[in-house]
Design a protein around this ligand. Structure first.
Ligand code: AMP
Length: 282
């Protein structure tokens, strides 16, 4: 496995592979890899010939400077983990490589970028995400890019961007990987102490309560979000939001019909956590 730190070197490396007709699978990450990331890399390994994992803590998607400062980083550790699941290339560019002096272009999806995560973190969060993802797509030119359902709004927006801009690649959405007790894996979990980690179980427990209600026939979205919020409060967590959106449009629904996504965000100790489940109502 190669660790490459400049756009120029990565382009040179991949040009040869592309000429041979090899399909490139791409997994963009911010590092501090966990099993969630590794599941994306394994999927890319199974489906494409050249697997590129990017590790870039993108300053433009952080609304909180402290969150950016404290984001866990360890390239050697990440490279070892990526190699353990047979990635071919780790691309770890410097901030100046991605955003050189005079960098000005922003990719933005008004409306959808301002709801839920965008409402809490500000619309510049998703502008930052989409801008860096678009740039990484141009650098890597993957055949397929792999994203996690864990960040449901993010992957929805990336899919919309790819559709709107006719970007020549396919997006694959991979299921959320959880610890055995239900906590969705996240690089930010590293900053929870033992007590906070137990509190954080409230998120997945509350989502399960919502799932159970829908499975039991509840179709009133407000009743479901009410029950999910109540469960969170009972477990000592105040949600930042709790919403049900259509999986197809990401618009809020009043009635649960077809496939919907129940989403929650909450602060636990020093970190913000997000989680979601998709539920289908027959
Ligand atoms: P991040 O490093 O947090 O930017 O995440 C990089 C990619 O990994 C994104 O597509 C995330 O949705 C995905 N990801 C993060 N956590 C998980 C998880 N627990 N299960 C599956 N995918 C995940």
């Amino acid at each position: 496995m190669k660790v490459i730190s400049t756009t120029a070197a990565l382009r040179a490396e991949l040009a040869a592979e592309r000429q041979q007709g090899r399909r490139i699978g791409f997994v963009p990450t911010m590092g501090w890899l966990h099993d969630g990331h590794l599941s994306l890399i394994r999927r890319a390994r199974a489906e494409t010939e050249i697997v590129v994992v990017s590790i870039f803590v993108n300053p433009r998607q952080f609304n909180d400077p402290n969150d950016l400062l404290r984001y866990p980083r360890d390239l050697d550790r990440d490279a070892r983990l990526a190699e353990s699941v047979h990635a071919d290339i780790v691309f770890a560019p410097e901030v100046e490589d991605i955003y050189p002096d005079g960098y000005a272009t922003v990719v933005s999806i008004p409306g959808l970028s301002a709801t839920l995560e965008g409402a809490v973190r500000g619309p510049s969060h998703f502008d930052g995400v989409l801008t860096v993802v678009a740039k990484l797509f141009n650098i890597v030119q993957p055949t397929v890019a792999y994203f996690g359902q864990k960040d449901a709004q993010q992957v929805f927006l990336v899919q919309r961007m790819v559709r709107d801009l006719a970007s020549p690649l396919r997006i694959e959405v991979c299921p959320t990987i959880r610890d055995p007790d239900g906590l969705a894996m996240s690089s930010r979990n590293a900053r929870l102490d033992a007590g906070e980690r137990t509190e954080a179980l409230a998120l997945s427990a509350a989502l399960r309560a919502g799932e159970t209600l829908v499975a039991g026939g509840e179709r009133d979205a407000a009743a479901v979000t009410g029950a999910v919020s109540q469960r969170l409060h009972e477990l000592g967590i105040a949600p930042e939001y709790c919403a049900i959106v259509s999986a197809a449009s990401f618009e809020p629904v009043a009635t649960v019909a077809g496939t919907v996504t129940i989403l929650i965000a909450a602060r636990v100790g020093p970190v913000r956590l997000i989680d979601n489940v998709m539920v289908s109502a027959p």
